[in-house]
Design a binder for this molecule. Structure first.
Ligand SMILES: [Zn+2]
Length: 197
C-alpha cells in the first residue's frame, strides 16, 4: 500500500514538472516506478486530488494513451464534494453551456478550437461573499473561464478582428448581425441609409 501511495506522489511530481507537455502512457508508467497500477494512480490524481489531467476524451488533438496536465491548480474541493445529482441538475438547468462565454459542453471551445469544452461548477455569489454550495448558487463554467483565461475571452474584439470575422461569416449570419445592429441603432441606421442613397 505504501508503495502505491508513493507511486501517486511520483506521478503528481512528474505531472507538475511536465506541465503543458503531452506525455505517453509508457513514460508515465516509468515515472510511477513501473507498476501495473499506474493508470489507477493517474485516475486518483484526477478524481481525489482534482488535477485536470486531460486525455483524448477532453481534447481532440490528444491520441488515446496520451496525457496532459495544463494547469497546476487542482479543481477546488467543493466541486468534488458536490453530488452527481446536483451537478447534473445545474448543468441541465444551464443547458450544458458555460454561463460566462457560451461554450457548449463537448464542442470545440470557441476561443481555443483544439480544446473540447469541459464544464465545471462555479459559484454565482462567491463563497467569500456568503454564497453557498446549494444548486441555486451554482452555475456551469467551462475550464477556459474557470482557469481565468476568461480575462482574454472577455476582452472586446478590436474593430479589425471583428470586421475580419464578419467578412468571413455566411450571408445568413451577416444578415442576422445586420438585423441586430439595426435593432440596436434604428436612428443611426436610417441616417446611414439616407446618406448613402
Ligand atoms: Zn467559458
Amino acid at each position: 500500500m505504501a508503495k502505491q501511495v508513493g507511486a501517486r506522489a511520483k506521478l503528481r511530481k512528474y505531472f507538475l514538472e511536465n506541465l503543458g507537455r503531452v506525455m505517453e502512457s509508457s513514460e508515465l508508467r516509468e515515472a510511477a516506478g513501473d507498476i501495473s497500477e499506474w493508470a489507477r494512480r493517474v485516475r486518483e490524481l484526477r478524481t481525489e486530488e482534482g488535477y485536470l489531467i486531460l486525455t483524448h476524451n477532453d481534447r481532440s488533438d490528444l491520441k488515446p494513451g496520451q496525457y496532459l496536465l495544463e494547469t497546476a491548480k487542482p479543481q477546488p474541493a467543493f466541486e468534488r464534494a458536490i453530488s452527481k445529482e446536483t451537478r447534473a441538475f445545474v448543468l441541465d438547468r444551464n443547458g450544458f453551456t458555460c454561463q460566462m462565454c457560451g461554450a457548449v459542453a463537448g464542442e470545440p471551445h470557441p476561443y481555443d478550437q483544439t480544446r473540447k469544452t469541459r464544464l465545471h461548477l462555479g459559484h454565482i455569489i462567491d463563497k467569500s461573499a456568503g454564497g453557498t454550495d446549494d444548486a441555486a448558487n451554482l452555475r456551469a463554467i467551462c475550464s477556459v473561464c474557470n482557469e481565468g483565461a476568461s480575462n482574454a475571452t472577455l476582452t472586446r474584439p478590436d474593430l479589425m478582428k471583428l470586421m475580419v470575422q464578419i467578412r468571413r461569416a455566411t450571408s445568413t449570419d451577416q444578415l442576422s448581425a445586420l438585423g441586430w445592429l439595426i435593432n440596436k441603432f434604428p436612428k443611426q441606421a436610417k441616417e446611414f441609409v439616407s446618406t448613402k442613397s
